[in-house]
Structures are given as structure tokens and as C-alpha cells.
Design a protein around this ligand. Structure first.
Ligand code: NAD
Ligand code: ZN
Length: 387
């Protein structure tokens, strides 16, 4: 375990119901030149944006709304968004949506009013500073983007996704309002919660895990492991959805304090070239990634097993590690995510591209407990290309 531990956190985080009025409390502390709201068409259709707009109108807060955000955007799409909002003067950006909307908002908050583009941040985000305050209202449960220092964009010319990292991306206010996940459609719940679970498990088993990241990652893992199937199978189980929302937030905090690794590194080329949704590609690779790492992380998996399933305490280390990996595999089946890459159009001839591209994810792979060889990466991909 790394000697130095740290947490980087959003300024204020609320969990509960009817949290929208917290926006007014926050804006009262600002000069408030105006508010920009970022969201996407799915959120508008789901009726989640209207209460926010009603609140802003009733509170006489001047705002501009951008609803035309694309899921899992490319860096050029975020640059187009930046261009569209460049003339609107604002102090604060509110992002209501999943990781795609929050990540776009993070990037705009660093670039607004500058002559820089997202490409500049891809090249070097180390000196970027925040130009607008940010309020994040996550509606998936979820990426945990509301708690991370990352924004993920597609680089189309390389057919890969890329994580831009800057401490300045941490939001000023996060509202984890259970109303936003009450009607989350089942496939989105499944994929986003699998993403969150992979954040927690990868961070717990990472090379750079610390005593602080362990505490957070294991709390998140317990909430998600224990509630994901219940939330998926019974949409009326609001407590289970609330648990996923909190677990996803912890997953985000854990990413910043530790780091995702094998699953995410191999997942990015699948998102980049085949546009497989981020949570789905993680779910596909999750079991295979853990199996590849198993010898290096079995003590960590066993310790996670003790926290999440104390009733399995009499098992050996080996059995506990297997138990966690089997649980992951069972859950992926129970939330009905297909695990054969070929079903997503991936062919044997794509293997070289996938492996080369995954090996380029050096930042993520540096967190992996096992040093992965090219052959290891080939083996993981082959194991999820069944026929
Ligand atoms: N910044 C980070 O730390 C981080 C971490 C993990 C993933 N990500 C990125 O986040 C993106 C994925 O985000 P996501 O999984 O949250 O999905 P998303 O934001 O791409 O949304 C997927 C779809 O779900 C819909 N949706 C969202 N919430 C809904 C709700 N409550 N009701 C109905 N529809 C709803 C959206 O309209 C959209 O069509 C990827 O680009 C991924 O790489 C970022
Ligand atoms: Zn993720």
C-alpha cells in the first residue's frame, strides 16, 4: 500500500430529496452574473430538467440552457459546445445528467473565456484553473464524475477515449437527489452501476490504494454489491437505488484517491472504436480483468469479501477471492449485460488494435497491481470474444 494517502473532494455534497433549493443557497454567495444549465435530450424527455428550470424561473435567476449534448462526447463536440455558450456571461454552470453531461461541463468550466480548446487540455491540463463554479446533479448511479478530477472525451482520430485530469474539475456543489434515479431505465441503471462497481473494486485492488481510498472504495463496493440486483429487478425499491447513488459517489471519490486500472484501460478502446457504452464495456471486461489480476490481488479481494460479505468469513483467502469474482460474474448476468464482445461487432482482426490501444493507457495501467504483458492483454480480450 502506498505510504501517502489523500482525498480530494467536492466543496459541498448533499444526499436526499428536494435538494434543488440548495442551488439558491449557493448562488446567494455568488455575484451571480447568470447560470448555464447543461443537460441532454434524454434527461429533458425523462422530465428531470423541468423542476430545475421551474426553480430557476421562480427564483428569478437568469439562465441559459443547453440540451443538445451528446452521450460520451468527442473533444470536438465539447469544443462546439464551448463555442455555442461563449457569449453567455455566467458565474456558474449546473450540469444535470450522467457522466457525459458532467464531463462536458467540467471542461467548459476550465475553458470558458479563454482562447484555449479541449485539445489544449488533452495536451496539458496541469495549469488549468476554474473559470466558473460548478453544480453537479448526477442522474445515473453512476460514473461518480461528480467526485472525480477527470473528464473523459472520445478522440475520434485515434478511436480511443481519453481522461483529462485536473484538480480544478472538482465541483463546488453536488446534489445527490434520489428523485433523479427513481425512474432510471433498467439498462442505464445496469450499465452505470456496473461502472460504479468497477470503480470501487479496481480502486480497492489498485497498486496505489491507500488506507483512505480503501475506506471509501469498500463502502461503495458494499453498497453496490448488496443493492445492484435488487435495484435492477425491483424498480420500486427506492432504498436500493439510493444506495447505488451513494455507492457511485464513493466510487468517484475512490478514483481520485486511488485509481482504476485493468478494466478501464482495456475498456477505453471498446468505447473509442465500437462505441460500446462505458458501463457496458466495463461489465464485459470486469470478471476477465479480475481473473487476470487474481494472483496479485487475491489478498485484497479476500479483504473486500470480509467487508462486503462478513458471513463468508470462514472461507480461505483463495476461496474469498473466487467468491468476489464469481459474484461479479453473477451480477453481470443478473443485470442482463451481454458479455461476448462479438455481439458488439468486434472481430478477431480487431485484436491488434485493441491491444495496442489498451497498452497506450499508461496512466491507468500504472495503477494495476500486476504488470501486464502484451500476452496478458491479448488473453483478457480473447476470453471475452467467445466464438
Ligand atoms: N469523469 C469521470 O470520472 C468518469 C468516470 C466514469 C465514466 N465517465 C464517462 O461518463 C460517460 C458515461 O456516463 P453515464 O454512464 O452516466 O451515461 P451518460 O451520461 O452517457 O447517459 C447515458 C444516457 O442515459 C440517459 N439518462 C441519464 N440519466 C437518466 C435518467 N435518470 N432517466 C432517463 N435517462 C437518463 C441520458 O439521457 C443518456 O441518453 C462516459 O463518457 C464515460 O467515459 C466519466
Ligand atoms: Zn468508469
Amino acid at each position: 500500500m502506498a505510504a501517502q494517502a489523500f482525498l480530494k473532494l467536492p466543496q459541498r455534497v448533499y444526499l436526499g430529496e428536494n435538494l434543488i433549493r440548495k442551488i439558491g443557497d449557493f448562488l446567494a454567495t455568488k455575484k451571480n452574473k447568470g447560470v448555464m444549465v447543461f443537460t441532454d435530450p434524454g434527461l429533458v424527455k425523462a422530465g428531470l430538467v423541468k423542476p430545475l428550470e421551474d426553480y430557476l424561473i421562480n427564483s428569478e435567476i437568469s439562465y441559459k440552457i443547453e440540451t443538445d449534448l451528446k452521450p460520451e462526447p468527442s473533444y470536438t463536440e465539447v469544443d462546439n459546445l464551448l463555442e455555442r455558450v461563449s457569449k453567455f456571461e455566467c458565474d456558474t454552470i449546473i450540469a444535470i445528467g450522467g457522466g457525459s453531461v458532467m464531463d462536458a461541463a467540467k471542461l467548459v468550466s476550465l475553458l470558458k473565456g479563454t482562447n484555449k480548446s479541449v485539445k489544449d487540455l488533452i495536451d496539458d491540463a496541469s495549469t488549468a484553473t476554474k473559470k466558473c463554479s460548478t453544480i453537479f446533479i448526477p442522474t445515473t448511479a453512476g460514473t461518480g464524475s461528480e467526485a472525480t478530477i477527470n473528464a473523459i472525451v472520445l478522440i475520434p482520430e485515434k478511436q480511443v477515449k481519453f481522461g483529462i485530469v485536473s484538480d480544478a474539475m472538482l465541483p463546488d456543489l453536488v446534489l445527490l437527489d434520489v428523485d433523479n434515479v427513481k425512474n432510471l431505465p433498467k439498462p442505464i441503471l445496469a450499465s452505470s452501476a456496473m461502472d460504479a462497481l468497477s470503480h470501487c473494486v479496481e480502486c480497492y485492488t489498485a497498486k496505489n490504494a491507500t488506507v483512505m481510498s480503501d475506506g471509501i472504495a469498500s463502502m461503495g463496493a458494499k453498497l453496490i454489491f448488496r443493492n445492484i440486483v435488487k435495484a435492477y429487478q425491483n424498480p420500486e425499491d427506492i432504498e436500493a437505488r439510493e444506495a447505488l447513488q451513494l455507492g457511485a459517489f464513493y466510487g468517484g471519490v475512490a478514483i481520485t484517491a486511488s485509481g482504476t486500472n485493468i478494466v478501464h484501460a482495456l475498456s477505453y478502446p471498446l468505447g473509442g472504436k465500437f462505441h460500446i457504452a462505458h458501463g457496458v464495456s466495463n461489465a464485459i471486461l470486469f470478471k476477465a480483468g479480475m481473473e487476470m489480476n487474481k494472483e496479485a490481488i487475491k489478498d485484497r479481494l479476500a479483504s473486500l469479501c470480509d467487508i462486503v460479505w462478513p458471513e463468508e468469513g470462514s472461507k480461505s483467502v483463495e476461496e474469498k477471492a473466487d467468491f468476489v469474482i464469481d459474484k461479479i460474474s453473477e451480477i453481470v448476468k443478473e443485470v442482463e449485460i451481454p458479455t461476448d464482445l462479438k455481439k458488439f461487432g468486434v472481430k478477431d482482426s480487431d485484436l491488434d488494435f485493441l491491444v495496442d490501444s489498451a497498452l497506450e493507457q499508461k496512466r491507468l495501467l500504472s495503477h494495476n497491481m500486476k504488470n501486464l504483458t502484451r500476452e496478458d492483454v491479448v488473453r483478457v480480450y480473447k476470453s471475452v470474444m467467445e466464438n
